[in-house]
Design a protein around this ligand. Structure first.
Ligand code: RIB
Ligand code: CA
Length: 311
């Protein structure tokens, strides 16, 4: 029985690797890929999503453009991390596959309404604008969502775009607030776990050793992507943030975390987008998310490399 998913994304090199992992995994049926503004503006994220699908050899998956800006704030992008194109590191041809007509939010709503309750998992790899807009416009779809698995937030690792906030949540904190208050089953991959999923030279060379266009692209993206984290954190490599979301769906036993309360700061400018995670359960606030804190990194990279070899 395959698991039906929709991937909402702002590619971004790490998003790209997550999408490749999903498209390479027969356990998952990717019903669609919805682009959102985030790492780079929407015209680029919706173009990059198609570049990635063509690299995977899958031009049948519907790709749609979604929200070009957060629900109530100006867009903040991350070219300093991902480069001007959002997929810097290797030159790939412009996509030939078209965007599907229509808005990604309408696609999400229509797709959810067309299936039984609990039939679809939403995989959120960028700011939560598309998903929160869908939940606001069509509250009836909440029951149709089996789970939302998302990359975002932080507790012990605090922030990467400000001292207090992780990028995806920071860009659209109001959208994140809607999602975290929705009552939907949430699995959260914060920086606490993604910062333990670091690229290393052997791991990158294993991608390159696949000897395929996919292997070369992934190795080149991670070579480019890691320069930012090495300079900033002095770490040995770059955190592969978004692929942890897809890996969790495939092999959840690689991950561990706690079911806790997580609330989003939307008032303060100083701590805008902070995920206030009650890791130590010091409040009586109801748990609303499985907040992942650790992973088996070698197992994660073995899964990723094995699946990428299939493309
Ligand atoms: O903070 C990391 C997250 O922000 C990742 O999803 C990355 O792609 C960017 O969207
Ligand atoms: Ca992303």
């Amino acid at each position: 029985m395959t698991r039906k998913i929709v991937i909402d994304t702002d590619p971004g090199q790490d998003d790209a690797i997550a999408i490749l992992l999903a498209l390479a995994s027969p356990e998952l049926e990717v019903l669609g890929i919805t682009a959102v503004a985030g790492n780079v503006p929407l015209p680029l994220t919706s173009k990059n999503a198609r570049i990635i699908c063509e690299l995977a050899g899958n031009v049948d998956v519907p790709v749609l453009a979604g929200c070009a800006a957060p629900m109530s704030r100006a867009l903040v992008t991350a070219e300093h991390v991902h480069g001007k194109t959002g997929l810097d590191g290797i030159d790939l041809p412009d996509p030939e596959m078209p965007l599907q007509d229509g808005h990604a939010v309408d696609f999400i709503i229509k797709t959810l309404r067309s299936l039984p309750a609990g039939a679809i998992t939403l995989c959120a790899l960028g700011p939560l604008t598309n998903i929160a807009t869908a939940l606001t416009r069509a509250p009836d779809v909440v029951e149709k969502i089996q789970q939302i698995a998302l990359m975002g937030g932080a507790y012990f690792e605090v922030g990467n775009i400000t001292p207090a906030a992780e990028f995806n949540i920071y860009v659209d904190p109001e959208a994140a607030d809607i999602v975290f208050k929705s009552g939907i089953d949430l699995v959260v991959m914060p920086l606490d776990v993604t910062h333990k999923a670091l690229t290393t030279r052997p791991r990158i060379e294993a991608f390159r050793a696949l000897g395929t266009c996919v292997g070369e692209a992934v190795a080149s993206w991670t070579d480019f992507f890691e320069r930012f984290d090495i300079a900033k954190y002095g770490s040995q490599g770059a955190p592969l943030h978004d692929p942890t979301v897809i890996a969790y769906l495939l092999e959840p036993q690689l991950f561990s975390g706690r079911h806790i309360n997580v609330e989003i700061e939307v008032q303060s400018d100083l701590t805008r987008g902070m995920t206030v995670a009650d890791w130590w359960r010091v409040t009586d606030r109801a748990a609303n998310a499985l907040f992942i804190g650790d992973l088996h990194a070698d197992g994660f990279y073995a899964l990723l490399t094995d699946r990428l070899a299939r493309l």
